[in-house]
Ligand binder design. Structure first.
Ligand SMILES: [Zn+2]
Length: 220
């Protein structure tokens, strides 16, 4: 698989140290859900994904993992074979999000060692420290977003769908970042169904990110 290294002025262009993907060279598309687990949404989402027989990626946040119910949902995500990604212990951009501590927290809760990472708000600066020290770590940005942390209208959904091509990494939100003003994530259910229908019509397989990067993802 060839890769696209993001730099966009954030990093030294072309440096092999930066394994940050916004899109993969693949026939599949990748659903990624950030900021969870969310007891109000994630269990329903897991049922929807199971019915559709697809695997997705959940970039979970330490800010959403403080309750026992959220930790139980993380075990469910892992148990159903979805990819668990690291979205930081802290959902911060001004402070280091503590990716290494979040790695250990995820391992403690569900026995997965994941070096698949997404920085809060997509900030690259905070990834540097982690990517420099973790030789197998792989970071992900996204190539399609729906801005589903706000109420969406039909035109926004159509616009997002029109941007989906093979290899797209699609940013969605099942969880609520601490700074989010709009906290209802229920629309992600319908949105996910719509994207899955679209993928089916176009013949795009839907896969999770650990499938593509197995060496960065160890299940205990
Ligand atoms: Zn986030």
């Amino acid at each position: 698989m060839t890769t696209e290294i993001l730099n966009g002025g954030w990093a030294d262009a072309g440096s092999p140290a930066w394994r940050v993907y916004e899109k993969l060279d693949s026939e599949a598309i990748y659903l990624t859900f950030d900021d969870g687990p969310n007891p109000h949404v994630t269990p329903d989402l897991l049922r929807l994904l199971a019915e559709a027989n697809v695997k997705a990626t959940f970039f979970v946040s330490g800010a959403s993992l403080t309750s026992r119910s959220a930790q139980a949902i993380l075990r469910l995500i892992a148990g159903e074979g979805h990819t668990v990604g690291n979205h930081g212990l802290l959902h911060e951009h001004d402070a280091y999000p503590m990716f290494d501590q979040m790695h250990d927290e995820i391992f403690k809760i569900c026995g997965i060692s994941t070096k698949l990472i997404r920085s809060p708000y997509g900030y690259f600066r905070n990834l540097r420290r982690y990517l420099e020290t973790e030789s197998v770590a792989v970071a992900f940005h996204w190539s399609v977003e729906f801005r589903d942390f706000e109420p969406l209208d039909a035109a926004q959904v159509r616009l997002g769908l029109s941007q989906i091509v093979p290899g797209s990494i699609i940013l969605l939100h099942d969880g609520v970042a601490p700074t989010a003003l709009y906290k209802d994530r229920s629309q992600v259910m319908k949105l996910t169904e719509t994207i899955l229908d679209y993928a089916r019509q176009r013949g795009f397989p839907v896969r999770d990110l650990a499938f593509e990067f197995p060496t960065a993802y160890l299940v205990d």
